[in-house]
Design a protein around this ligand. Structure first.
Ligand SMILES: [Zn+2]
Length: 207
């Protein structure tokens, strides 16, 4: 499969490839130390595989419903969920923080702080619950080890399905968000004939 690659030079330390739907982007340090053609050919297999997978997920999930919630509504929904799961897991987070996250739905710090992606406001309640449970579980089990996934499967029987659906939502949600942002910000990039999709979903640091 041939993937057209957009190359961007930026003041970064290492090159990386970001997959947006249809168009992978190669970000290269502007220090002139890296050769784009060499990077592309070296990571071609990885890229082709990721692109094929991303495309199949997008196709499968393009009709998912995007929820419209305010940040207050998301916060209220999350509070309820966290309260319930905290009781169940017998562990409370120090604090819940909402942030715009570019590569994940949430994270859990060693200090007991749970960070959730603001984009969760676009997701159905079942997936908000799923993401919240995942992060709260990290308060007890730090890694994604066997024990972790066993505990996940006890609460969410078909958790691989949830994972896949989350991935599908990632594209849709970032597309929706981008459209919102573009309405407010001056358009610095040449308008694209086709709708543009997601933010970074898969990024690989290239050494
Ligand atoms: Zn995790």
């Amino acid at each position: 499969m041939q993937n057209e690659i957009l190359i961007i030079y930026r003041d970064v330390k290492y090159p990386r490839i970001e997959i947006k739907t249809g168009k992978p982007v190669l970000i290269i340090p502007s220090n002139g130390k890296y050769d784009s053609a060499e990077l592309i050919s070296r990571h071609k297999n990885w890229l082709d595989k990721k692109m094929a997978f991303a495309k199949s997920i997008q196709k499968k999930y393009k009709k998912l419903k995007i929820y419209s919630r305010s940040e207050e509504e998301l916060s209220a929904l999350t509070s309820k969920i966290v309260e319930k799961f905290s009781k169940k897991l017998k562990k409370k987070p120090q604090k819940i923080i909402f942030r715009n996250m570019k590569t994940k739905w949430g994270s859990c710090g060693t200090n007991g702080r749970v960070t959730l992606n603001r984009m969760l406001k676009f997701l159905p309640p079942s997936l908000v619950r799923y993401v919240a449970f995942h992060e709260l579980l990290h308060l007890t089990i730090r890694n994604h080890n066997k024990k972790f996934w066993l505990a996940m499967s006890q609460e969410f029987k078909n958790y691989p399905k949830y994972e896949e659906k989350l991935f599908g939502y990632w594209f849709l949600v970032n597309k929706a968000n981008e459209a919102l942002e573009n309405n407010h910000a001056p358009n610095l990039i040449k308008p694209q004939p086709k709708p543009r999709y997601a933010q970074v979903i898969i990024a690989e640091e290239l050494g």
